[in-house]
Design a protein around this ligand. Sequence first.
Ligand code: IPE
Ligand code: IPE
Ligand code: MG
Length: 252
Amino acid sequence: MDLSEQIDKRRIPKHVAMIMDGNGRWAQRKGGERIFGHRNGVESVRQVVEAAGELGVEYLTLYAFSTENWKRPRKEIDGLMNLLTNTIANETKKLNENNVRLLVIGNITDLPNSVQKHLAQSVNSLSVNTGLKLVLALSYSGRWEITDVVKRMCLDAKSGKLDPDQIDSCLVESYLATSSMPDPELLIRTSGERRISNFLLWQLAYTELYFTPVLWPDYRKEHFYEAIIDYQRRERRFGKVSEKSRVFTNNS
Ligand code: IPE
Ligand code: IPE
Ligand code: MG
């Protein structure tokens, strides 16, 4: 049976976040340079965007470049930025055909002008679409985001727009880069690493974590289906007692 048939279509997560990891190791195993791995990761992005769209996921957030990734060798960063520009330019038509909207989170002004320009054009031309919202995290980190929130809240407090007594978690959320999105129900990380690496630190508070040894350039639709099936077997409790044990307690 096709794996996708095992998925309960009524319980699709609204927001799936992904840490696309393992490109360098994939390239190394093939005897190529790291950028060879990044290039081959583009097909994996196509596959998850298609799979998520077909399943009816509303938001797919992909960690494409972290704040800390700026510390990589210049050659790799330049290669990644070129790849980003070319991929956005080449894929926008296909994204449009698939009714995908594009959103970007991160410190965008850190990106080279050409990347910013292509991103803005693509975001704009896809803005009327109503299907999957593809969120690219670029020059992003959770600590950068939270620091930025604190800064903007302080400025608003200083100018009298914000009363510190009114600050609660809802208000903090309204300042996040993801303020228009639900928190991810599921986080997938490839390549066998089991860490968050400064991804959506606030938003992942109650997210289900799924780790797979598959390296990003090998990642295909079936791997995405496996993660959704695994997620659907879990019970999310949000600090409360289990639904099952509540039934048990009530009956006893
Ligand atoms: C993920 O693959 C892509 C980015 C972080 C941009 P890596 O480049 O981190 O690959 P590994 O972890 O070194 O194998
Ligand atoms: C996380 O992967 C960042 C992205 C996938 C963009 P890294 O490869 O940078 O993370 P670490 O260094 O293994 O924690
Ligand atoms: Mg890595």
